[in-house]
Design a protein around this ligand. Structure first.
Ligand code: PLP
Length: 422
C-alpha cells in the first residue's frame, strides 16, 4: 500500500498532484510520501511487537537526511555501512546505542570513529576484521561490542547481485569458523562478542529462506549455549521484498508469524535492518518525456531522467511500474516502447517493450517504487546534476535536497598550475 494514487486524471502523492510538483520543482524529481514511509516502519514494528525489536532502518536504501530524521523521530535505529553513513546518523540525532555497523571492508578510521561514538555494535564479517577491531579498541582502551555476521548458506531466491547469504558471497563467516572464533573469544581482550547477525539478501518475497536461515541460527545459538556461551542480540538483517511488478511478497505480519516462534525461543534481543520494505514504495522518480523516436525496429520514449538517477534497471534488469502523471482520453499506444534516458549507454533504460498509454512529448511519467536504492545509488555520470528530492505530507511539500548546480559538480576539482600556463 502506498499514498500514490490517481484522483480523477491526476496521479497524486498524498494530497498533491505530481504534475503540480513538476511545475514547481522541475524534473527529474524524486517525490516521497511521508505517510507511506512511516506506515511501513510502523507495520513492521507492530508485526514484531511480541519481541519488541530494535528496528535499525538500513541507511543505504535511502540516506537523505530528512528520510533518516523522519524515521529516527519515530524510534528507528540505523544500520550503517560506512563512516559517511555514521556521520549522517549523527547529524539526524540517532542515539548511538541504536546504531549497528556492517560492511566487509571497514577501514581503521571508520572503526575508530564508530568506537568513539559508542555505537551499539559492529557486525563483524571476517576473522581479520575481528582482530583489527580488537587492536583498535585496545589502542583506545575501550571494550567494544561486536556481533558475528554468519553466512548461513541459504538460497534467498532473489537476483544474484543482491544475494548475500551463500558461501560463494563475500559476506559473513560460515558456522564452523564462527564456532572456532567463539572458542577462542578470550583472545580478543577488548571485544565483547555479544551477538549474531545475518542478512541473506534483498527483495526476498518468500519466508522459506528466512525461516531456514533463522532456524540454522537458533540451532547455532543453542550449540553455543551448551558450551556456556551466552549472547544478548540476534540481528536478522533486512531483505523483505516489496511489490514492483507482479510479486506477491509476504506481508510483514506473515513474515513475523513465521519468524516469531523461532525468534522467541532464542530469548535474545531481536534487531531488524529493513531498508527497501520501509522506503521502496514511499518514493517515485518523476521524469519528462523529451522525444518520441521511431526507428525501423523500435519506438523509444526518451525521458530526462537517466540511469545516473535510477540505476536499478541497468544494474539488476529491475522492473519498475511506469505511470503517467496525467491520464486523459487519448488513445493508448498499441505498440510496445522502450523508455530510455539521455545517457550514452545502452543500459540507460527504465523499461523495455512496455505498453504505455497516453504518452506524448512533454508529458510527465512517474517511475514507481523508486524510494529505495534510487537516489542513494545515483551519480553524476555524464556530468549530470543529481535530481531534486521533495517530501510530501498531506497537502504540504518540502524540498529535502536541492537539485545540484554545475558549480557543485566541479567544486572539488583542481586544474594544476602547469595546465593553466602559470
Ligand atoms: N542489512 C544489510 C547488512 C544489508 O547489506 C542490507 C542491504 O544490502 C540491508 C540490511 C537492507 O536490505 P533491504 O533493503 O533489502 O531490507
Amino acid at each position: 500500500m502506498h499514498e500514490f494514487k490517481y484522483k480523477g486524471n491526476y496521479l497524486c502523492c498524498e494530497d498533491i498532484k505530481v504534475l503540480d510538483l513538476t511545475k514547481q520543482f522541475g524534473t527529474p524529481l524524486y517525490v516521497y510520501s511521508y505517510h507511506t514511509l512511516i506506515d511501513h516502519f510502523v507495520k513492521l514494528k507492530i508485526a514484531f511487537q511480541e519481541v519488541e525489536p530494535l528496528i535499525c532502518y538500513s541507511v543505504k536504501a535511502n540516506s537523505t537526511l530528512a528520510i533518516l530524521k523522519a524515521l529516527v523521530d519515530k524510534g528507528a535505529g540505523l544500520d550503517i555501512v560506512s563512516g559517511g553513513e555514521l556521520s549522517r546518523a549523527m547529524k539526524v540525532g540517532c542515539p548511538a546505542e541504536k546504531i549497528v555497523y556492517a560492511s566487509v571492508g571497514k577501514t581503521d578510521r571508520e572503526i575508530e570513529e564508530a568506537i568513539r561514538r559508542r555505537i551499539l555494535f559492529f557486525n563483524v564479517e571476517s576473522l581479520p576484521e575481528l582482530e583489527n577491531i580488537n587492536r583498535i579498541a585496545r589502542g583506545l582502551n575501550k571494550i567494544v561490542n561486536v556481533a558475528i555476521r554468519i553466512n548461513p548458506d541459504v538460497e534467498p531466491k532473489t537476483h544474484k547481485f543482491i544475494t548475500t547469504g551463500k558461501l560463494t558471497n563475500k559476506f559473513g563467516i560460515d558456522f564452523n569458523s564462527a564456532y572456532k572464533i567463539f572458542l577462542i573469544r578470550n583472545k580478543f581482550s577488548h571485544l565483547n562478542i555479544c551477538g549474531l547477525h545475518i542478512h541473506i539478501g534483498s527483495q526476498i518475497t518468500e519466508s522459506t529462506p528466512y525461516v531456514a536461515a533463522i532456524t540454522k541460527m537458533a540451532k547455532f545459538i543453542a550449540k553455543l549455549k551448551r558450551r556456556g556461551i551466552d549472547l544478548e542480540y540476534l540481528n536478522i538483517g533486512g531483505g523483505l521484498g516489496i511489490i514492483y511488478d507482479k510479486e506477491t511478497p509476504q506481508t510483514a505480519q506473515k513474515f513475523a508469524q513465521n519468524a516469531l516462534p523461532i525468534l522467541k525461543k532464542t530469548k535474545l534481543k531481536i534487531i531488524l535492518e529493513p531498508g527497501r520494505f520501509i522506503a521502496g514504495n514511499a518514493g517515485i522518480l518523476v521524469t519528462k518525456v523529451l522525444y518520441i523516436k521511431s526507428t525501423p525496429k523500435k519506438k523509444f520514449v526518451i525521458v530526462d531522467a537517466g540511469m545516473n538517477d535510477l540505476l536499478r534497471p541497468a544494474l539488476y534488469d529491475a522492473y519498475h511500474q511506469i505511470l503517467p502523471a496525467r491520464t486523459d482520453n487519448r488513445a493508448p499506444i498499441t505498440e510496445k516502447v522502450d523508455i530510455v534516458g539521455p545517457i550514452c549507454e545502452s543500459a540507460d533504460f527504465f523499461a523495455k517493450d512496455r505498453r504505455l498509454s497516453c504518452v506524448e512529448e512533454g508529458d510527465y511519467l512517474a517511475i514507481m517504487g523508486a524510494g529505495a536504492y534510487g537516489f542513494s545509488m545515483s551519480s553524476n555520470y555524464n556530468s549530470r546534476r543529481r535530481a531534486e528530492e521533495v517530501l510530501v505530507i498531506k497537502d504540504k511539500v518540502f524540498v529535502i535536497r536541492k537539485r545540484e548546480t554545475h558549480t557543485n559538480l566541479t567544486r572539488n576539482e583542481i586544474i594544476p598550475s602547469f595546465l593553466l600556463g602559470l
